[in-house]
Design a protein around this ligand. Structure first.
Ligand code: ZN
Length: 162
């Protein structure tokens, strides 16, 4: 178990391009475990390695259907369009409207470095796009239509903290 400090907007690491993972090492396994712990602790649906301070092409996602671990993910097809609210653990307390494809297929390597493909729709498609953007130094705030808004979710969190 390891909770990593989540890097926040303004931190240079979030603007950098991540390096591919070339082999599964103990260090990378530990990082993945920490990323999952950190994502669940923060009630997020996804986390990319640079948010945990590491410039590697790794993302973890859980939209409520169990954890998905992706190494070196790339979008190989995207169809349709969805417009909806999006937030990011690196931009706490905010949300904004972003248009993304509605059906997204990703090619990636799993924890055994085997290539896999997975197709996601709606929230999962959005999560694929959002997290893969992180690996190329992009944040959703650059794609927001209109203004960033305060999320009421953060208010709930503050109430629980004391
Ligand atoms: Zn994010």
């Amino acid at each position: 178990m390891g909770i990593r400090q989540i890097r926040e907007i303004g931190d240079d690491i979030l603007t950098k391009t991540c390096k591919p993972v070339t082999q599964m090492t103990l260090r990378t396994k530990l990082l993945i475990n920490d990323m999952l712990d950190t994502m669940y602790e923060a009630n997020g649906v996804g986390l990319a390695a640079p948010q945990a301070g590491v410039l590697k092409r790794i993302v973890v996602i859980d939209v409520g259907e169990g954890p998905i671990i992706m190494l070196n993910p790339e979008i190989i097809s995207a169809e349709g369009e969805q417009t909806g609210y999006e937030g990011c653990l690196s931009v706490p307390g905010k949300m904004g409207t972003v248009t993304r494809p509605n059906v997204v297929t990703v090619r990636f390597q799993d924890e055994n470095m085997e290539w896999q493909e997975m197709t996601g729709t709606e929230l999962l498609a959005r999560a694929f796009c959002h997290e893969i953007d992180h690996l190329d130094g992009m944040l959703y705030v650059d794609k927001v239509e209109g203004e960033l808004m305060e999320s009421s979710y953060e208010d709930d969190e503050e109430d629980e903290e004391e």
